[in-house]
Design a protein around this ligand. Structure first.
Ligand SMILES: Nc1nc2c(ncn2[C@@H]2O[C@H](COP(=O)(O)OP(=O)(O)OP(=O)(O)O)[C@@H](O)[C@H]2O)c(=O)[nH]1
Ligand SMILES: [Mg+2]
Length: 313
């Protein structure tokens, strides 16, 4: 990464901290703040019930909620002297996030780097593709967008509108055409025009529709025909407000097309921001970015430490 890119990433990180505080304020209210109130009382079965209810409501899911309750029981048994239950929860949450390495990006040996964006309908794929393109552009990269959602004319137009606004090139195919063919054309155009990054949007698909999921495997096969080591990143976009279904989505997408990372959107204004913990716990797929609003700079790199600090401190 050159100096300009490093500087830009640092600025992004700093402004990201303020933004994550704002975006997670509702989740913090239903999670961290409630936990502090619960542990201001002595620990007994009633307190543990309240804790269980709180963790569940903050979208931690039943498996992780039970694990946290067991963790607190064991902490209470083993710790002599002053007990800090809030710190214990924070410590365990940190352990969970640390178990999965934050970055699993493939090394880019030949440009362009290819990022494929996948997910169910309406999760925020197109918006995130545009926001991500803007991040790379601001870091000095020459970006090309590929309108791989050929399903609807409106989808192609949506990405094109973003590309015009951002002054970023966009390759589009015919509506109803083959998504792989559009992405294939985009990659060849990127090679010819020396683009550093190709970000390919795809159509929304339900994880239960096998034929649509198989289309994703085809897209990755076609990408590999042009650049064998690509796609370097396959990001699944998950809408935080969908609750535990996000886990199921990630599991199925991961089977059809191995994900390198997740983008969790719509954390702003949601009380469901706790979803990131069961994602790490059950899937061990790192979250690379979080979506915290509808504006172009409302996508920020996910930093596990800031996330935990904001929620539990
Ligand atoms: N509040 C908020 N809204 C978001 C965020 N990300 C996306 N959206 C909104 O969610 C809606 C759907 O976003 P799209 O990017 O069109 O979603 P998509 O996954 O491409 O949708 P399909 O192509 O129809 O599958 C839009 O209104 C976006 O502005 C976010 O992080 N926060
Ligand atoms: Mg879309």
């Amino acid at each position: 990464m050159n100096q300009k890119a490093r500087g830009s990433m640092f600025t992004l990180f700093k402004s990201g901290l303020n933004k994550i505080q704002k975006a997670l304020s509702k989740t913090r209210f239903v999670l961290g703040d409630k936990i502090r109130t619960i542990f201001s009382k002595p620990l007994d079965e009633e307190t543990l019930d309240e804790l269980e209810q709180t963790l569940f409501e903050a979208n931690l899911g039943s498996t992780l909620t039970c694990e946290f309750i067991e963790y607190i029981r064991s902490y209470a048994r083993k710790t002599h002297g002053e007990k800090n239950f809030v710190q214990a929860i924070k410590h365990h949450a940190t352990e969970i996030l640390q178990k999965t390495p934050h970055t699993q990006s493939k090394k880019v040996t030949t440009i362009p780097k290819v990022i494929l964006i996948v997910g169910v309908n309406g999760s925020g794929k197109t918006t995130s593709a545009a926001k991500l393109a803007n991040i790379y552009k601001n870091a000095g990269k020459n970006v090309l967008l590929a309108a791989g959602d050929t399903f609807r004319a409106a989808a192609i137009e949506q990405l094109q509108t973003w590309s015009k606004r951002l002054h970023i090139d966009c390759i589009k195919g015919k509506r109803g055409g083959d998504s792989s063919a559009t992405i294939f054309d985009a990659l060849n155009a990127a090679i010819a025009r020396h683009h550093d990054i190709v970000i390919a949007d795809t159509a929304g698909r339900l994880q239960s529709k096998t034929d649509l999921m198989q289309e994703l495997s085809k897209i990755t096969r076609v990408i590999k025909k042009v650049i064998p080591e690509a796609p370097h990143e396959i990001y699944l976009v998950l809408d935080a407000t969908t609750g535990q279904n996000a886990i199921d989505q990630a599991k199925t997408f991961h089977t059809f097309t191995p994900l390198t990372g997740l983008i969790v959107t719509k954390l702003d204004g949601s009380t469901k921001g706790g979803i990131i913990l069961p994602i790490y716990h059950l899937l061990a797929i790192p979250v690379h970015y979080i979506g915290i609003g509808e504006e172009i700079d409302d996508l920020i790199p996910f930093d596990p430490k800031s996330y935990i600090d904001v929620l539990f401190t």
